[in-house]
Write a protein that binds this ligand. Structure first.
Ligand SMILES: [Zn+2]
Length: 454
């Protein structure tokens, strides 16, 4: 029997990455992500997985973003006892991200219970901080290009995918088949991360398609950010920048440093990084110098470029300050976290600025603000959006359509099958078309729950 892949997530959508590979009574899960965005997607996190967690032999993670790792605490709590294989940086980042995700789930449930907003009484968290801390013990880290055996007789190898610290593509060799999972692919011209490596030869390729129907603009992030931040600094406004704690926070900080060095922004412009996770992640850049393209001096500058805000008290104290200032805070699509307090406080004033960086998943507050909605709901209140809104398209940490195609072209031989995953329907389908017409390879967009024999 040939191995099979079951698409348990990121099929015709961006989030919830989970691919179950089965062969001769064994199975491994590649990525173990949360569904995020639209409520009907988030509800999928509560539905049965389609495989008993206890039956899964191993999990392999491409990287630490929650849409690739955030389901792990639930999987472990519900009976998965195997090893979780990841790069060293991914393991450390999961140590930061997963307990925080558990904490947020607990806070959400507590909030619903306090305000009697749930149909369930009491509302329960999807998982807790403790669940997340427990699953961290199952992690095993591996160096790039060093093969290991996640399941007896199977071989797996990580190669660098750019994107964020620790991000990797995974080659899985099962029953004579070579299956390549691209993971999230970084871009060749990223400010902070190195370009993705050339892919190893494979029979089957799963390729991400977040930007499958788009090209990055020719502008670079530093110029784009400078153009919107400089006027706000001049008029004494406050710029609120929702950022992903991992990756985006560091590239925006690095860009602000460059702008201060160039004189585009005043050197004394106060900058706050209000996210303990982002602060801890920034510290990891010093520990993994080979995993990014910043010099030792640039990493040093990064950790001194902003006031690092750790405690809730210090975060609240920011509300007493006046502009000009820049506040970077998570979460990146304004779905939760401290950035909501800053948005609630500063969005109503036309002198202020909201800077959205990178892809905003449909259904998130970030996507609504980007679409120009005049009012959004935060903590049960309607908040008017009078502040200027800027979307920095060049801030993406993903390869665009051409870059993804160029990455695929570096395969020596045509794979027998390409599955286009991790994209909204339009983006996934456009990339599928390009692969079929420009490379003449077999490509399809799998459906949620579909099983394909290889
Ligand atoms: Zn990612």
């Amino acid at each position: 029997m040939a191995p099979s892949i079951t698409f348990l997530g990121a099929a015709s959508t961006v989030t919830g990455s989970k691919y179950l590979v089965r062969h001769e009574g064994h199975c491994a899960l590649v990525d173990c992500g949360l569904f995020q965005g639209y409520k009907q997607l988030r509800l999928r996190n509560w539905q049965p997985l389609g495989v008993a967690p206890a039956q899964i032999d191993a999990v392999l993670l491409t990287h630490a973003h929650l849409d690739h790792s955030g389901y792990l605490p639930l999987l472990a709590r519900d009976g998965f006892h195997g090893a979780v294989h990841a790069t060293a940086a991914t393991r450390e980042l999961c140590g930061i991200l997963l307990p925080d995700s558990g904490h947020l789930q607990e806070e959400d449930a507590a909030y619903l219970n306090r305000h009697n907003l749930s149909k369930h009484s009491p509302a329960l968290p999807l998982y807790t901080r403790l669940d997340a801390q427990r699953c961290l013990r199952q992690f095993h880290s591996h160096a790039l290009h060093r093969s290991f055996e996640p399941v007896p007789g199977w071989r797996a190898t990580f190669s660098s995918a750019g994107h964020i610290l620790g991000a990797a593509s995974i080659l899985l060799e099962v029953g004579g088949h070579r299956i390549l999972f691209s993971g999230d692919l970084g871009r060749d011209d990223d400010l902070v991360m190195a370009p993705p490596e050339a892919p190893p030869q494979a029979d089957t390729v799963l390729v991400e398609s977040t930007y499958g129907d788009r090209q990055h603009p020719p502008e670079n992030m530093v110029d784009e950010l400078g153009a919107v931040l400089a006027p706000v600094a001049k008029r004494g406004g406050v710029a609120v920048v929702p950022v992903f704690a991992v990756g985006r926070a560091q590239s925006v900080l690095h860009a602000i440093n460059l702008l201060k060095t160039r004189g585009t922004l005043p050197r004394q412009l106060p900058v706050f990084l209000d996210s303990p996770m982002a602060v801890n992640t920034t510290a990891l850049f010093a520990q993994h110098p080979q995993a990014h393209r910043l010099s030792t001096q640039e990493v040093h500058a990064l950790s001194h470029s902003a006031t690092m805000v750790q405690t809730t008290e210090d975060s609240k104290a920011l509300a007493k300050r006046h502009g000009p200032m820049v506040i970077l805070s998570a979460s990146g699509m304004a779905t939760g976290g401290r950035v909501l307090h800053h948005l609630a406080l500063y969005s109503g004033d036309h002198r202020n600025l909201i800077v959205l960086t990178g892809h905003q998943a449909p259904g998130t507050r970030g996507a609504r603000i980007a679409a120009g909605e005049k009012s959004i709901r935060i903590h049960g209140q309607d908040v008017a959006i009078r502040a200027q809104v800027a979307q920095i398209d060049s801030a993406s940490a993903h390869a665009d359509s051409d870059q993804t195609l160029a990455w695929l072209r570096r395969l020596d031989h045509a794979p027998r099958q390409v599955f286009v995953v991790h994209g909204e329907m339009a983006a996934a389908d456009r990339l599928r078309e390009r692969i079929a017409h420009e490379l003449h390879w077999r490509a399809l967009v799998p459906e949620q729950g579909a099983v394909h024999s290889l």
